[in-house]
Design a binder for this molecule. Structure first.
Ligand code: KOT
Length: 782
């Protein structure tokens, strides 16, 4: 136990947390260090460069069925449980949707009693902390690991493995086989740390293993400077998380991170596999599934081939059958700038043997394609894994997996029928859809205890283990008392958020206003700028026709921009500057309030989401693969204003468009414009007076007093093609926003819509998603 606890007097919040954490770890969890692995069940490993779990204390207490009693005891001793729980660090080893999905999946794997584990990296610095200074984003390092380490983890130094980079490849011939030796490689130690992931009321404990890089003692040259250099070169591998979301940066360090993860992870998996005496290498597909979270861990394909061919001496065909039977790949984006392509020279230099294997995979695949008669050069340009001196990782991932899935219906369909059409023709049964989900335990039971309790009062507890039972709420759609209580709960959650914001930023918010929320990474395609254009329009209305604003609104933004994504940072500046002006304009007072909350993260989301009235899901159709914030807000009784994109489409299928504010052009139209280049934002501008006024504000000095301040944004819309079709969708967005305010005036009808949304949100529980992966991809029996 920490020495800090030995002082006398009442314990500080963080000290109580230390006590709770060690109690859970030491007393309630089985001691795994010596435990034999359970080999009766097939093991699933979810490989991901990102995990975004947020805090664990509440989740763990909930899963152990101790949350309520623990809160009571704390209160009885005059502690505020919320304050204690909030003193836990928020582990931010991910950027956004992709990493958060990985964490929800681990939660559901354990809840459904599957042996499903995570494999990730233990970055010393997680996603940067964001400050806003002079309306600009400033990034500060997120040193998330405390002085005493991270309370939930356990180090397994004795199970460290070695990872090799570089060296000179020498081929030979021995026992009738080609052999490959790497001479003089750089060797780096990978140390595993395990974080327990608990199942809900089922005593299951799975693990998230995160790896840390270290130099290998004894290997270093003696001279201090050379020694320090080697040490740095090793440690830098797990020093920081790349802060890019849906954007690929071809840095050698990132490539080294990726290989480090897959090589370390695979060694651990195989060691554990062979701990069971009766396991033979050919049993791998029966005993093991590996899911790769986007292409970031796709090097596991050639790595597994290397191990099987070079170490286990299997023939190529045998090894290939095992590899492709074990691995499956999830694609999370269609954006061209996010698709990974590693330059051949980099891979050759860092991973010479792996490069040869990729070449061989590609050679055999191209022959197979040619044999089928698709030998024209266009097909090869689309299909070849190595093309124009780059390795196309998505192609490698498709060829080396038995199943490829997208993350919502529309996304999977574009993936299969457009982006990867040549591949789906070649592998007609390989492509499938698995619509994303979220953990209803974390995002409803933990984040919104008032609503969770109310739901249980109405329909019992079954929904907690069978979230689709939330549909039983439909019985109450016309019950005025229920609707009134629902509204009271939203109100209480809004007060909770308002108090928190007041305490942290000093900002006053009018609780009775409509809370209009857009929280997600900042990206052009997510169109925070469209939201802002509507706000600028409303600002004009405040001046010209104030009576038209019938419902006061609070616009809440939370968004981090990748440090190198300048356009995204400019939009943050614009939002903050507009917020400052509007919030001090007497004519907007009591009508419009705009907030940019700095440092949006998982813990903040847990406060904001239960308080949202409107959820903004306004991406350019076809660009947002799924979205998961949309699901979280739906489950917490917000209504969605959204385009027909990602999982919004399934959402409208469940609740019908009557209970959803739909607007904007459809994916086919966007894709057609992109093909034919005939979109003209200027034409739209010329015909829409509202738009002209709004865009003028960007260059007339009314935001910062400086007329050139936002010229770049103005130009991007009017003269640089408006890549994300903001002007095209502006009119229908303003119209549907007007419907929002009209409908909000009728509280009962509004609450009825909220109830219908909540009732159908069980479909978006990640328990449903994981059940589908389990039966359709991993071959697991529930
Ligand atoms: C990032 C880099 C490369 C490739 C993909 C990404 C990526 C995709 N990062 N986050 N995503 C999001 O993943 C979520 C979970 O599937 C989706 O809901 C969301 O639409 C993606 O943008």
């Amino acid at each position: 136990m920490s020495k800090k606890l030995l002082h006398a007097g009442p314990l500080q919040h963080d000290e109580v947390l230390v006590l709770l954490t060690s109690l859970i770890k030491d007393q309630l969890l089985p001691h795994t260090r010596d435990a034999k692995p359970d080999t009766s069940q097939k093991q699933v490993y979810y490989f991901s460069m990102e995990f975004l779990p947020g805090r664990f204390i509440e989740t763990n207490l909930l899963n152990l069925d101790l949350l309520e009693s623990c809160k009571e005891i704390l209160r009885a001793h005059h502690y505020n449980p919320d304050l204690i729980f909030q003193s836990e660090l928020d582990a931010a080893l991910g950027n956004g949707g992709l990493g958060r999905l990985a964490s929800c999946f681990l939660d559901s794997l354990a809840a459904l009693d599957f042996a499903g584990h995570g494999m990730g990296l233990r970055y010393q610095y997680g996603l940067f902390e964001q400050k806003i200074s002079n309306s600009k984003q400033v990034e500060l390092p997120d040193k998330w690991i405390g002085e005493d380490g991270y309370p939930w983890e356990e180090i397994y130094s004795e199970e460290a493995v070695t990872i090799q980079f570089g060296g000179r490849l020498v081929s030979g011939y021995k026992d009738n086989r080609l052999t490959f030796d790497v001479i003089g490689p750089e060797r780096i130690k990978a140390i595993p740390y395990q974080i327990p992931i608990l199942g809900y009321h089922n005593q299951r404990v799975n693990y998230l293993t995160v790896w840390q890089a270290e130099s290998i003692p004894g290997q270093q040259p003696v001279e201090f400077e050379a020694y320090a250099k080697v040490k740095r070169k090793a440690e830098e591998i797990t020093e920081f998380l790349y802060p890019d979301d849906s954007h690929y940066e071809g840095k050698v360090l990132r490539l080294r991170q990726q290989y480090f993860l897959v090589s370390a992870g695979l060694q651990r998996i195989l060691t554990s596999f062979f701990k069971s005496d009766d396991h033979q290498i050919f049993d791998l597909p029966d005993k093991l599934s590996i899911q790769i979270n986007d292409t970031h861990p796709a090097l596991i394909i050639p790595e597994l081939m290397r191990v099987l061919v070079d170490n286990y001496k299997l023939g190529w065909e045998e090894a290939w059958n095992l590899t492709t039977s074990v691995i499956s790949y999830t694609n999370h984006t269609l954006l061209d700038e996010a698709l990974e392509k590693w330059p051949v020279f980099l891979v050759k230099e860092q991973l010479p043997r792996i490069f040869l294997i990729i070449e061989e995979i590609n050679r055999r695949f191209c022959l197979e394609v040619e044999y089928k008669g698709l030998e024209d050069w266009e097909s090869f340009a689309d299909l070849s894994i190595i093309y124009q001196e780059n390795i196309h990782m998505a192609r490698l991932a498709v060829v080396g997996s038995h199943t490829v899935n997208g993350v919502a219906k529309l996304h999977s369909s574009i993936l299969k029928n457009q982006l990867m059409k040549s591949f789906s023709t070649h592998f007609p049964n390989r492509f499938t859809n698995k619509t994303n989900g979220i953990s209803h335990r974390q995002w409803l039971m933990n984040a919104n205890p008032l609503l969770a309790r109310f739901i249980s009062e109405l329909i019992g507890d079954q929904w907690k283990t069978d979230p689709q039972a939330l549909k039983d709420l439909l019985k109450f759609t016309n019950d005025p008392d229920v609707l009134l209580q629902l509204s009271a709960i939203k109100h209480a959650n809004k007060i909770r958020l308002v108090d928190k914001i007041k305490a942290e930023t000093g900002h006053d918010i009018f609780v009775e206003s409509l809370f209009d929320v857009q929280i997600k990474r900042l990206h052009g395609y997510k169109r925070q700028l469209l939201n802002l254009l509507h706000i600028l329009y409303l600002w004009d209305v405040c001046h010209e026709k104030p009576e038209a604003i019938k419902v006061p609104r609070t616009f809440i933004f939370g968004a981090k921009a990748a440090p190198g994504y300048l356009y995204a940072k400019r939009i943050i500046s614009l939002i903050s500057s507009v917020a400052e002006q509007i919030n001090q304009d007497p004519l907007a007072k009591g009508k419009l309030n705009v907030l940019f909350l700095p440092n949006y993260n998982v813990s903040q989301a847990e406060w904001i989401i239960p308080a949202a009235d409107i959820s903004e899901q306004i991406s350019t159709a076809s660009k947002e693969a799924s979205g998961t914030g949309n699901m979280k807000m739906m489950m917490n009784g917000a209504l969605t204003i959204g385009t027909m994109d990602g999982a919004n489409i399934e959402m409208t299928e469940l609740i019908t468009t009557e209970h959803f504010f739909e607007f904007g052009i459809r994916a086919e139209e966007v894709l057609a414009y992109e093909r034919n280049g005939q979109y003209s934002p200027r034409e739209i501008y010329n015909q829409d007076l509202r738009l002209q006024k709004v865009l003028q504000r960007l260059v007339d000095g009314s935001i910062t007093g400086d007329t050139v301040a936002f010229q770049d944004i103005y130009y991007s819309l009017l003269f640089k093609g408006d890549e994300y079709f903001l002007l095209k969708d502006f009119g229908s967005y303003v119209n549907v926003q007007n419907q929002v305010q009209n409908q909000f005036l009728d509280s009962q009808t509004w609450q009825k819509k909220c109830l219908i949304n909540i009732a159908h949100s069980g479909y978006f529980s990640s328990d449903r998603t994981i059940s589908e992966y389990a039966t359709d991809i991993w071959g697991l029996v529930p």
